[in-house]
Design a protein around this ligand. Structure first.
Ligand SMILES: [Zn+2]
Length: 308
């Protein structure tokens, strides 16, 4: 059944900007560009500076000029999302402090949250994203390196914060796919998975983790198809990954976004988009068949193309 979009819009579109590598100097211009186009999105943040070096440390809410900028984005309608406490592993105490700090700074707990890369406290990550034969396939393909690595959902573990996630976070991102129409691949989102109870509702995204992958996904052809299908696109990206270089916004990205913005799309943050789907569909419980189809497709794309 098709989604009815507000204001006679024909499809939904948003971007979730993973904060890896982001600085005000590096991504600020992109936000001004999107604002001018009337495209309002989600910007994830880290609350604290991390403990260990990381190849792409970005700015965090501990940097005053960055925090000021993030609060200004929020004033302009951008959703601030949660990207865990920081770029390095956080035991439970730091996750708790980060969630408290998030609510204090932004006025409410996070609506959307995303795991970060290799953080130990990632929730239902690595092999825990999958079940049965798909989990086995993943483990074999990755040499069992991620079989038990991620601990956010493991009760009693020093990295456990599942109960906090359940209490404070509404939507958590899981699978990422190559199709620009995220809703076509994952029509049940936002969904609850009884096998992963510490997440209230999951959602999927479309692959755009670097500027090249983003541009490959948001092509003219795919934009037109998204509109025809009346679908919803949640692009998952890192706006610090090549979108703005040598003082210029990537030319292809600019062209594609200017084209998309002229279409009758509903360009709202991920929280708003998911809230709308949730209200229309009532927050489905995923079935075993549906889950298996999502896992199979994701694993296939992962092994074939290295999707996140
Ligand atoms: Zn990240």
């Amino acid at each position: 059944m098709g989604v009815v979009w507000p204001d006679n819009k024909r499809f939904g579109f948003t971007i979730i900007d993973d904060t890896d590598g982001a600085t005000v100097a590096g991504v600020g211009e992109i936000y001004l560009f999107l604002r001018d186009l009337g495209i309002t999105t989600t910007k994830s943040v880290w609350m604290f500076r991390g403990g260990e070096p990381f190849r792409q440390p970005g700015e965090t809410c501990e940097d005053p000029h960055y925090l000021k900028w993030v609060l200004d984005l929020q004033q302009h309608g951008v959703e601030i999302g949660y990207h865990l406490a920081t770029w390095s592993d956080s035991p439970r105490e730091r996750s708790l402090a980060a969630l408290d700090k998030f609510a204090e700074l932004f006025g409410h707990p996070p609506i959307t949250a995303t795991n970060h890369s290799d953080c130990r406290e990632n929730i239902y990550w690595g092999a825990a994203r999958l079940g049965g034969v798909w989990r086995l396939g993943y483990n074999l393909a990755t040499g069992f390196r991620f079989a038990n690595r991620y601990r956010g959902h493991v009760e009693g573990d020093p990295y456990f914060w599942g109960d906090l996630c359940q209490e404070r976070v509404r939507y958590v991102r899981n699978f990422v796919y190559s199709d620009m129409n995220t809703l076509k691949v994952c029509p049940m989102m936002p969904y609850h998975d009884p096998l992963r109870p510490f997440v209230r509702y999951w959602f999927a995204s479309s692959e755009g983790s670097t500027v090249n992958l983003y541009n490959q996904c948001v092509t003219e052809q795919n934009q037109d198809r998204l509109e025809e299908e009346g679908g919803a696109c949640i692009m998952y990206t890192h706006l610090a990954a090549g979108f703005f270089e040598n003082g210029k916004i990537n030319a292809r990205f600019r062209t594609l976004m200017e084209r998309l913005a002229k279409k009758p799309g509903w360009f709202v943050p991920a929280a708003t988009l998911l809230g709308h789907l949730h209200a229309q569909r009532g927050g489905r419980v995923i079935t075993d068949t549906e889950r298996s189809a999502l896992e199979r497709r994701w694993l296939w794309e992962k092994l074939r193309y290295g999707r996140s």
